[in-house]
Structures are given as C-alpha cells and as structure tokens.
Design a protein around this ligand. Structure first.
Ligand SMILES: Cc1cc2nc3c(=O)[nH]c(=O)nc-3n(C[C@H](O)[C@H](O)[C@H](O)COP(=O)(O)OP(=O)(O)OC[C@H]3O[C@@H](n4cnc5c(N)ncnc54)[C@H](O)[C@@H]3O)c2cc1C
Length: 420
C-alpha cells in the first residue's frame, strides 16, 4: 500500500546512518574503533532486552531495574565500567572522551541503562577517584566501579534543595566521637533505594557563616540503621530507572567514610563542584545518543512515507527540519567533545561544560519533538520509538542542573573571566 510504513521497514540501526566522515574526523582512529566496539556491545547486550525494559518499566519497576543491573554487571565483566578509571586501581586509564563515546552508544539504545551505569560508575565513583583516601579507593571503587558487584548513587538534591542545592541543604552530619550522625532527606536520587552506597552531601557545620563552608561528602552504606526508602518515583520517561526519595534518621557512619579523610571536613563543596563538570559533560552524551536515534527514525521515515504523491522529505518544510536536526546533533557533538577534551587535558571547563549541557539538552528536546512531528500520528503511538525518545529527552533540561541554571552558570564564568 503506497505510503504505509511500518517501523520494521525503516531498517533502523541506531546510529549507522550518521556514521559520516565529518563525525569520524573529530575523533582519533582509536576512539572511532572504540565507538564501533561499544556500539556492537550495546546492540548485542542491550537491544535484545530494550523493549522489555521499557514495557515492564511501567508495571514492575523493580524487575525492569534488575535487567539494567544485569547489564551493569556485564559491562563490568567486559571492562567497560572502569574504562576511565586510573590504571593504578585496575581501570582502563581512558578519559572523558571515552566516557562520552560510551554514554552516547548506550543511550542511543536505552536511557535507563545509561543512567543506572552513569550514577554508579561515574557519579558515585568519580569523587572517590579524585578525592578519596587510598583505603576508600580500594574499599569502594573495586566492588562498585571495577567488579560491578555493588551499586552506587549520588545524593545531593533535597525537598528544599533543588537548583539551590547548597543554600537549601538541610541534611546534617554531626560529629560525635569517631562517628557522624546523619539526619535529613534526599529526593530524586537515581539508583537511590537500590544502591549499596550513596555519595552523600550533608552539612557538617550548619552554623558556618556561608553555607558552602559547612558541607562534607560521605560514602554512606545503605544498610545503615535509620536509613529508609520513602518511595521510588514513577517517571515520565526513562522507564526502568529507579529514582528515590530517601530518609536518614540518626544514621551513624564512621569518620572513615568522610571522603578524603579528616582534612576534607567542610570542604565538600570542592568535591561537588569538580564532580559536577564531569557529570554534566557525561550527560551531554546521553542527550546526543537519544537525539541521534530519534533523528535516525524520522530521517528514514521521511524517506519512505509518501503523501500527496511524494516522499515527505520532498516537502520543503520537512527537509528543513531534517537539516536542522542534523545540524543540531553535530553542533551539540562539537560542544560536548570540546568540553570532554578540556577535562581530559586537566583544564577548567565549567563554562564550556555548562554551555554544552544546555545546548545539548535543548537540541535533544527539539530533535525529539521534530522526530514525533515528522512521523505524524504513528510518531505519537508506541508502534514507533520516537514518543519514548521524546519522553526520555525531557529530563535532560531538568536534572544535573536545569538549562536555566546552566545558562546562569555560563554567564557567571564569562563575567569572572572578564574581571580577571
Ligand atoms: C529523573 C531525575 C533524576 C535525578 N537524579 C538525581 C541524582 O541522582 N542525584 C541528585 O542529587 N539529584 C538528582 N535529581 C535532581 C535534579 O538534579 C533536580 O531536579 C534539579 O537540580 C532541579 O531541582 P528541582 O527539581 O528542585 O527544581 P527547582 O530548583 O525547584 O526549579 C524549578 C524551576 O525553576 C527554575 N529555577 C530555579 N532557580 C532558578 C534561577 N535562579 N533562575 C532561573 N530559573 C530558576 C528551574 O530552572 C526550574 O525550571 C534528579 C531529578 C530527576 C527528575
């Protein structure tokens, strides 16, 4: 029947069609090889369970999450979790560029998988890699980030502390002998109720003249008495990802769990800030991966679907959309890659990361919206995956710093540079 196009007719390979010389040119041969390996790995290990994660993520979140954790363990077995960890602790010694390549390839297939991995192997582990004591590195990085036997999460956000994560923080960790007593709550924590450990930020000096001078980072074992899951949220997208509201009621943790040891008490803000640039750069890769897949579906659909006796792509309005989607993808890639290369070179990249994150997040949303529009009615049904990409995309403009906050951050850095 002329014009009727099923999803199977599109031959979507998630990313193959934009494997163009222009993009390949941006990466070294070794990086391109790694991308191909990562893509094959994701297709082999995630694609077969992708639809299942999405389907049961709506009805049995725990079960869907278990599939994500199984993939996490497979990543560990194949040396992919610790790719960017230092070789001194058994990692691959690669940097942010490798991290963003793997993030893009995983997200191009499934968002829940990439955030489960990212929250644990990146967000939980990175602060310990950079600031942890030797003992903390051995004790936590190996089971979480190398062997994948344990799961981590990062816990900053609270009911009163969202964008104003520092100013609104209420969770306290008060020193008593050789312990800290933790009270408070955290919400929207990815992996939260399932994690074995949280990288938890709390006020060790609630009376500090400036709030940021009284914050510390802890490794919090979730089997600590007094720790409670309030609930796991039902999300708009990212089906299969666990995001939790958590409570801490007189939870005792050893002083040995203070990240970086006694000298780092009240200095948690530097840990939080250094971790955020890396986290935000990694999130860009998730946005690109999702947008890339949405683009690919719409691109191929417009080449097959006929109306008014011609292919959709032959209508000027559609052809302009396709070009804009492609340009946004590649512009986002350039910004992300520049930020990742700066981080790998040990340069301060707060401004570049912020700009890359808000642009990639906005581009992602726009591309996914356009993909639904190009696919028309079928784009809004579950016969095609674009409605899901569009739901998965929205969180990019909210988590790890909203696009508004990142715009604020970017101009603040610009004006700081002007003063200098
Ligand atoms: C699915 C999901 C996963 C998450 N994972 C984690 C996690 O693993 N760990 C963690 O700690 N947190 C996590 N978060 C929390 C996330 O980082 C926060 O939701 C985010 O920082 C925004 O905070 P808020 O939701 O309280 O919004 P608010 O801060 O209340 O903001 C509401 C709106 O006001 C705007 N706004 C606020 N302040 C300003 C300003 N100064 N100028 C202009 N506009 C402003 C915001 O941009 C936003 O549009 C997650 C959230 C979600 C939904």
């Amino acid at each position: 029947m002329e014009g009727k196009v099923n999803f199977e007719d599109l031959n979507v390979e998630y990313g193959e069609s934009i494997n163009n010389p222009g993009s390949l040119f941006l990466y070294s041969d070794e990086e391109n090889e790694f991308r191909l390996k990562m893509r094959q790995w994701a297709k082999k290990n995630i694609l077969p369970v992708d639809a299942e994660i999405e389907r049961i993520g709506n009805v049995d979140l725990d079960k869907a999450f278990d599939i994500c954790v199984d993939i996490y363990k497979k990543m560990a077995k194949d040396g992919l979790l610790s790719l960017a960890f230092p070789t001194s602790i058994g990692g691959g010694g690669k940097g942010f560029v490798y991290r963003v390549i793997s993030g893009e390839e995983l997200a191009a297939i499934n968002s829940a998988v990439v955030v489960t991995y990212g929250a644990s192997a990146n967000l939980f582990c990175a602060p310990i890699i950079h600031f942890g004591t030797e003992e903390q590195k051995k004790k936590y990085l190996i089971p979480v980030g190398i062997k994948g036997e344990k799961l981590g999460a990062i816990a900053i956000t609270e009911p009163t502390a969202g964008s104003d994560a520092v100013g609104g923080m209420r969770t306290t960790a008060i020193k008593k002998g050789d312990k800290y007593i933790i009270n408070g709550e955290k919400r929207y924590i990815t992996n939260g109720s399932k994690a074995d450990y949280l990288l938890l930020y709390a006020l060790t000096n609630p009376d500090a003249p400036r709030k940021h001078q009284g914050i510390s980072a802890f490794i919090f074992p979730t089997d600590t008495p007094g720790f409670k899951r309030v609930r796991d949220y039902e999300l708009c997208g990212r089906k299969g990802s666990i995001n939790s509201h958590l409570k801490f009621n007189n939870c005792e943790v050893s002083e040995e769990n203070l990240v970086g040891g006694p000298d780092m008490e009240n200095k948690g803000i530097s840990i939080m800030m250094s971790g955020l640039d890396g986290e935000r750069c990694f999130t860009c890769s998730q946005y690109l991966g999702i947008a890339r897949s949405a683009f690919e579906v719409a691109f191929k659909y417009a080449n097959k679907r006929r109306q008014f006796g011609q292919f959709l792509r032959e209508f000027e309005g559609i052809s302009f959309r396709i070009s804009n989607m492609y340009a946004k993808l590649e512009a986002g890639r350039l910004m992300m890659l520049r930020a990742a290369r700066m981080l790998d070179a040990g340069l301060k990249a707060t401004k570049e990361v912020a700009a890359a994150k808000f642009m990639c997040a906005d581009y992602q949303m726009e591309i996914c919206l356009d993909a639904v529009q190009i696919c028309g009615g079928v784009g809004y049904t579950k016969d095609f995956p674009v409605e899901r990409f569009f739901r998965d995309a929205k969180i990019g403009q909210i988590s790890a710093g909203t696009t508004d906050i990142l715009r604020f951050l970017c101009q603040r850095e610009l004006y700081r540079e002007l003063k200098e």
